[in-house]
Design a protein around this ligand. Sequence first.
Ligand SMILES: Nc1ncnc2c1ncn2[C@@H]1O[C@H](COP(=O)(O)OP(=O)(O)OP(=O)(O)O)[C@@H](O)[C@H]1O
Ligand SMILES: [Mg+2]
Length: 577
Amino acid sequence: MLKDLKLFLELLRPYKRRVRFALFIGGVAGLCTGAGITLGAEKLFGIVLNGGSERDLGQVILIASIFPILFVTIGVSTFLSTYHLNHAGLAVIRDLRAELFSHIQRLPLAFFQTKKTGDLIARLTADTQAMQYALTITGRDLAIAPLTFLGAVAMLAYKGWEHDGVVYIYCSIALLPLVIFPVRKLTQKLGQKAKAQQEELSSVTNDLSQNLGAAKEVRAFNLQDRENRRFGERLEELFSSQMKVVKYTFALSPIVEIISSIGLASAFVIGYYKGVSGEVFIAIFAALYFSYSPIKRISYLAGELKKGAESLKRIREIIAEPNNIEEPEKPVSPDSIRGKIEFREVSFSYGESPALVDASATIETGCVCALVGPSGAGKSTFANLVPRFYDANKGQTLLDGIAIKRFRTTDLRRKIAIVSQDPVLFDDTIAENIRLGRLDATDEEVREAAQQAFADDFIKEQSEGYDTIVGERGARLSGGQKQRIAIARAFLRNAPILILDEATSALDSESERKVQDALNKLVIGKTVLIIAHRFSTIKNASKILVFEQGKIIDQGSHAELYERCKLYRSLYDQQVS
Ligand SMILES: Nc1ncnc2c1ncn2[C@@H]1O[C@H](COP(=O)(O)OP(=O)(O)OP(=O)(O)O)[C@@H](O)[C@H]1O
Ligand SMILES: [Mg+2]
């Protein structure tokens, strides 16, 4: 428990003044409960039980008024303590979520191929939530419970000293070590179960996110029953792991209760045997109660801290993920980039089998270079290495003779515009989606870019024009429209290097022509890597690289390649026929 506690106190360090105040004021509440109420009860019952002879109304009122004063103090200090602990706890959660999110933004693309979206979402939401619970709800007990306990034990010691009945202290304290062992065992178990529960929660979130992302496929292939069954199974697994957590969480309390009831019972017997007076008896009972109930709270708290600590571990796992796309220590200014791209014997693999093998090619400034080859030959991989989405395992990629690793990735990527086959739009207005090309572009520039991409006409026809919201991932636009928005982005970016992944999906000829016209205008004066599927595009390229199984097997102009490269000729003939 102490280890987990230390973990959380470390997290709270930036807010330590607030936490100190909360703990102090919580301590006041604890002392008032543990010692104050006990003492008050003795005084009051002393009068009530021994009444008669010395009944004095003024004195009774005076002593009775201790209670409102005590409870006001307890109430106000409990509120203040809880309020400030929650403040600090929620702030920690906010900071942690921000840190996790911003770390995820920096992680390399390769990371997302090993981790699942749903799992990341669960860590950012459910795990931080579990920690929030540990930090705030139980934070209050952290301050109040130990002091209640100390206050009550002090009262017992005092009574023991006053009435030579040290036995009472033993009654409560001697039994305490009995509590520690089962509590420790159970908390350990609880930690394991909590980890399993959070993992199940990740799976559920993951299934959900996959299902929601495939709404169309589920309907098209009538997958509803299959999806219901699978999700139902997941929920069942989550349920059973949650119930295990419930079991271990609430098994703690009866154990403490059983032991404390033995303490109370023996106190009763010994008290009777010793012939203790009524009011002292009540005080001792109150003190015993107030020393056991915080132990119960503390053992519960130990469980919650354990659960929180498991979640914190899951969050830290992501924060510890390294960004293996290294930034240069002394970055080169990107101002000089004109756009000459050079690959020198570059090899790369995503996993076991190589995706690119000893690829060498030079693409001069202003050259339109087409990448051609069968599916899986390494064209996209080649293009992905230029903006350093991945780093080559071997060899070098250079821009204007400078290794790309010597530029900051942000600087490098600013010089590259990418138009992909299936552009992703954010659920925002059309104007904002275009502005992603260059965040400081004016409305006028956004409009100009749209005009150049032949997107202006259809945008104006939308209900809200440029302020029309496009829906999640651009769901309310057609494929061709999305592509033209992506092209408008690239116009706005006006970068010297352009990477185009030509659409394979057939657009209708009108839309296709517009996209084509826009692209033809876009490529002017830029170094272009185009992953080409249409031979009309390929024939116009000034250079063609032919890929096969990760290798560049030939390069040259259309005429040259048609003449000498068998693969190229067969690809070309296939399409033309
Ligand atoms: N993210 C990835 N993780 C693991 N392997 C990958 C990944 N992306 C591609 N590959 C593998 O690398 C090889 C090259 O893929 P690449 O995407 O470069 O092919 P391509 O030429 O662009 O094909 P296509 O014309 O179908 O787009 C393939 O064997 C593919 O399975
Ligand atoms: Mg590809």
